[in-house]
Design a binder for this molecule. Structure first.
Ligand code: 2BA
Length: 108
């Protein structure tokens, strides 16, 4: 079994959870914040049997979109680029997925 720590943009969460549920996958949704942009995103914990890994990755690929986002750092004093400097647009997503081997899984 694998645990997929899956970071997605908030805009994609609803359709991703719908597609996961339709595919009979289980997920837990956590609110998170990106360390670079410092804006909200969502982390889903998805436990999946090894033989269904490709299938769940396809659902994530199909559902999560790449978007351009501005760097908000000018609002943070003395951060990258300094005050008032407009930085370039950044490409975010579709999804960042960490696949971790699950040593043991129990529902009690
Ligand atoms: P953020 O850390 O807010 O990063 C948002 C986007 O900013 C990233 O999109 C990437 O395009 C850019 N970015 C991040 N760090 C950068 C840096 N040091 N220099 C230049 N550009 C940088 P994604 O790569 O699609 O990442 C989306 C979100 O996924 C991240 O939000 C973060 O929450 C998470 N993430 C990505 N890689 C990670 C990692 N290695 N470890 C933990 N979380 C990660």
């Amino acid at each position: 079994m694998k645990l997929l720590v899956t970071i997605v943009q908030d805009q994609d969460v609803s359709s991703l959870l719908e597609a996961l549920t339709e595919g009979d996958f289980r997920a837990t949704k956590l609110a998170s914040t990106g360390g670079f942009l410092r804006t909200g995103n969502t982390t889903l914990l998805i436990g999946v049997e090894d033989e269904r890994l490709d299938s769940v990755l396809n659902v994530i690929k199909r559902t999560c979109k790449t978007r351009e986002q501005g760097d908000p750092s000018p609002t943070i004093p003395f951060s990258r680029g300094g005050l008032g400097v407009k930085l370039e647009k950044i490409s975010v997503g579709g999804a960042t997925v960490f696949s971790v081997d699950v040593e043991r899984f129990e529902k009690i």
